[in-house]
Structures are given as C-alpha cells and as structure tokens.
Design a protein. Structure first.
Length: 147
C-alpha cells in the first residue's frame, strides 16, 4: 500500500456513493484492487451524465480511455462507507485528464487515487478527433473554470 500522505488531496464537485458488495472482497478481507476500476467507471458515467445532462448520448460519446494509473493508498473493507469523487483537471486539443479518488464518506480518508487520460474518438473513422466545443464548454461550466 502506498503512504496516504503521498496521495494528492483535491476538492472535487462530483461525488458518487459506492455500495460495496460481498463479492468485492478478496481473501484478505478488503476490496480487491480490480474493483476500484469498476467503481471509477461507474463514477465516470455519472460524472459525464451530470456534465452533459440530456445531451449525453451513449452511441456518440466520442471518448476512449488511452491510459489509466491508480495509486492504492489504504485498504477498503466491506463495512466502509465510500464514494468516488471525480473531476476533469485539464483538456488538450484531443485529450482530457480525469482525476478520481475513492474516499471514506465518514472520515475523508483517501483509499485510492486514479488519473485517466481520455481521447476524443470518432467511431465512424476509427480515429482520434479533437475534443468538441460542446464538451469543452460543458466541462468548463460544470467545473467552474475555463479549459
């Protein structure tokens, strides 16, 4: 496990409560490391729904994950009350950086920190594409800062 003091603590607007299930727990009694990615995928979905609202269309989402890194800071157990907090922290021409943390809803302790790079994607051409102005404006509005 990584030292929790070395994991960055950031204020996030978007919170997704997570229900830990019995099958999430491994032989050591804590949440298996692979499940953190499942929790963060759920939070990504909820985040983009909150950002885009009615404009969120699954068939034309136009983003794919090209890199993800996760630091595991503290173990999570079945009775822990956790949530995933999510924010886009930067946007380039064709990519954006999404920061997520799994935190305790009781004491704020950091359990995991993940950074994901997502690239604009055109499924018809099967190639990368610029992040659209619609996405850029919606993310700026939601996050309260210009990208």
């Amino acid at each position: 496990m990584q030292n929790p003091d070395s994991c960055p603590l950031i204020n996030f607007r978007h919170h997704t409560p997570i229900q830990i299930r019995f099958n999430d727990i491994d032989m050591l009694g804590h949440v298996n490391n692979t499940l953190y990615f499942v929790y963060m995928d759920l939070a990504k979905t909820r985040y983009f729904q909150a950002v885009l609202g009615e404009k969120f269309e699954w068939g034309t989402i136009g983003l794919v994950i090209v890199n993800t890194n996760c630091d595991f800071c503290q173990p999570t157990f079945i009775d822990d009350n956790i949530e995933v907090v999510t924010a886009v922290t930067s946007i380039g021409e064709k990519s954006l950086t999404l920061e997520q943390q799994v935190v305790s809803r009781d004491d704020g302790s950091l359990r995991a920190h993940c950074r994901t790079i997502m690239v604009g994607f055109d499924p018809v051409k099967n190639s990368s594409m610029p992040i659209t102005n619609l996405w850029r404006q919606a993310l700026s509005r939601y996050e309260g800062r210009e990208f």
